[in-house]
Design a protein around this ligand. Structure first.
Ligand code: PMP
Length: 400
């Protein structure tokens, strides 16, 4: 809808890219900003006194402000640039919780987390003999709030939970969850993995009430290399740097080092200014699209996807929900997801097959793997039609 540059008019067949939950293709506007950056604007920010560097420093800091406004964070000094969601979660685990956790504590999470928001907590809990408590999901794919709240007690250190599942596309009602768990134990911290949510829905971290919110730029049309860690003011002062080096220190002597006071103490080393500049362009792209009915467009396209999949009769959805979102997980009766993906690839349809870095969820659902179709702003109904044609072929060839 908003960029058809991925549908070449040459003799190449069009690619029906339905794997944006893995990474979004990069819109022309963002490519243009990247190219200009590489040709004329590349420098090391926060270092030089010459304009090439100092202008870039301003752009990086303006992007910080832009990100804060985009997610309605109270202030730019609560936005930390990382290399992605995974490294943002590591900053939280090692920088905030590692020196606060003890054997008596428990960490609450859900069975539907991406490994990036599961394994680091599992490892942290095991390192001190603390308990990792795992809330199940309901048949609809949403976390079971009743069972989740039963896991919270006076020794719960944190809840870590995704906003939108990368496997099922189901959204967790986070405001309700956060209110409920904080009413049981107001000191429980809440970490939200927003990697899949951020590209699809407006986010307001101030009303959400979470302590940490993370996402990656590449799921937001910006390409690889940048992630965001939002921290609530109540946690930021008590968080320590995890990576040490240039740019994050106030003073270094032979015997000791003093960190910078602001969030720059969490950004050691040369910043990936190229990716940050691209993130700024990607946010502009999304905001322009949203001011031109992108939300409506995506909800209609998501409904169309679900309706077409439901109609073929041999599609088994992973979870029973009638809420259509841009991500859907399913299997075809009697056919391995890898075979389906290979047949679709022959028809120039790109989807994802496997466990999508969510093995606990697949085990819980008693599945070895699944197919995931995920949409973005550049998709059209014809992409879904091509995918459905491919599924029908797979069914004809493979079904026993
Ligand atoms: N959480 C979720 C829900 C994801 O889908 C992903 C990426 N697939 C991540 C975390 C990790 O993101 P990244 O690989 O960009 O660090």
């Amino acid at each position: 809808m908003f960029d058809d540059s991925h549908y070449p008019s040459s003799s190449l067949p069009p690619l029906h890219y339905l794997d944006s939950a893995a990474t979004c293709l990069i819109p022309e506007q963002v490519v243009a900003v990247n190219q200009r950056y590489l040709q004329f604007e590349h420098a090391n920010s926060h270092r030089g006194f010459y304009p090439l560097s100092s202008d870039l420093t301003d752009r990086v800091e303006n992007t910080r402000q832009q990100v804060a406004s985009f997610i309605n964070a109270p202030c730019a000094q609560q936005i930390i640039f990382t290399s992605g969601a995974t490294s943002a979660i590591h900053q939280i685990v090692q920088g905030y919780f590692a020196d606060k956790i003890a054997a008596k504590h428990n960490i609450v999470t859900t069975v539907a987390e991406h490994h990036a928001n599961f394994v680091p907590w599992q490892q942290l809990a095991q390192s001190v003999g603390a308990e990792l408590r795992i809330a199940p999901v309901k048949a609809s794919g949403e976390v079971d709030i009743e069972l989740l709240t039963e896991l919270i007690d006076e020794n719960t250190l944190l809840l870590t939970i995704s906003h939108l599942s990368n496997v099922t596309g189901v959204e967790n009602p986070l405001e309700q969850i956060i209110n409920q768990i904080k009413s049981i134990n107001s000191s429980v911290k809440v970490v939200v993995d927003g990697a899949q949510y951020i590209g699809h829905y407006p986010l307001d971290v101030s009303t959400l009430g979470c302590d940490f919110y993370v996402f990656s730029g590449h799921k937001l049309y910006a390409g690889f290399g940048v992630g965001v860690l939002f921290c609530h003011q109540r946690v930021i002062e008590a968080m320590s740097p995890v990576v040490f080096g240039g740019g994050m220190v106030e003073r270094v002597t032979n015997n000791q080092s003093l960190w910078q006071t602001g969030i720059r103490r969490f950004e050691a080393g040369s910043l990936n200014a190229q990716a940050i500049v691209a993130l700024a362009a990607a946010i502009e792209y999304i905001q322009f699209a949203r001011s031109n009915d992108a939300q409506l467009y995506m909800s209609e396209l998501s409904n169309y996807l679900r309706q077409r999949l439901s109609a073929i009769g041999f599609c088994q959805f992973l979870v029973a929900t009638d809420k259509a979102t841009p991500i859907v997980g399913f299997n075809l009766k009697g056919i391995h997801s890898h075979d389906v993906a290979s047949i679709l690839a022959e028809h120039n349809v790109a989807i994802r097959a496997g466990h999508h870095c969510a093995q606990p969820l697949h085990s819980y659902l008693n599945k070895n793997s699944s197919i995931r179709v995920s949409l973005a702003l550049y998709n059209e109904q014809q992409d879904i039609d091509a995918m459905i044609d491919g599924l029908e072929k797979a069914h004809t060839i493979m079904a026993v």
